[in-house]
Design a protein around this ligand. Structure first.
Ligand SMILES: [Zn+2]
Length: 162
């Protein structure tokens, strides 16, 4: 891994510290991995809806419910609120969950209408939101590293004054 402090490629010591600068690199690395893993899992679960729709479409002849079109338009409109929510919340995991919601709407709409185009449209909204999220995840990771670094420098500094 790359040490956020001294920017070298390192193997942390058994204590989780950078062997060069003593920064607690392993702990920060774990937090960063956790964020990438969870947001990545949410993204891939969104893609699996496309597989579900594909197989249901191959195997089942869905008879649309009477209100299917109305429900689709209502859910498409609700996507605006979902997008606003995604921008409004701070927590990166909850942001990712918001990104997934239009695809869930799409899956639901497909199951009541049998109309693949409606699913694709709502899935596309999810994918656009994920594209907006991606740089925010990177930025958040940078922020975690920066804060850990500042906190560590503070601690080191206090250590020296003792
Ligand atoms: Zn280091």
């Amino acid at each position: 891994m790359r040490c956020p402090s001294c920017k070298q490629d390192i193997n942390p010591t058994p204590d989780g510290e950078c062997p060069i600068c003593r920064f607690p690199a392993a702990e920060v690395d774990l937090n960063v991995r956790r964020i990438y893993t969870v947001t990545g899992a949410i993204f891939f679960s969104t893609l699996t809806y496309a597989l579900v729709v594909y197989f249901v479409n191959m195997t089942t002849d869905i008879r649309p419910v009477y209100w299917a079109d109305m429900i689709f338009y209502a859910l498409a409109a609700a996507c605006v609120l979902v997008a606003i929510g995604m921008f409004a919340v701070k927590n990166i995991i909850i942001k990712a969950a918001f990104c997934e919601v239009p695809a869930i709407f799409g899956l639901f709409t497909f199951l009541i209408s049998g109309d693949i185009a409606k699913f694709v449209g709502l899935l596309a909204v999810s994918l656009v939101l994920f594209m907006i999220l991606a740089p925010q995840v990177t930025g958040y990771v940078r922020q975690i590293e920066r804060e850990a670094l500042e906190e560590w420098q503070q601690r080191e500094h206090e250590g020296h004054t003792w």
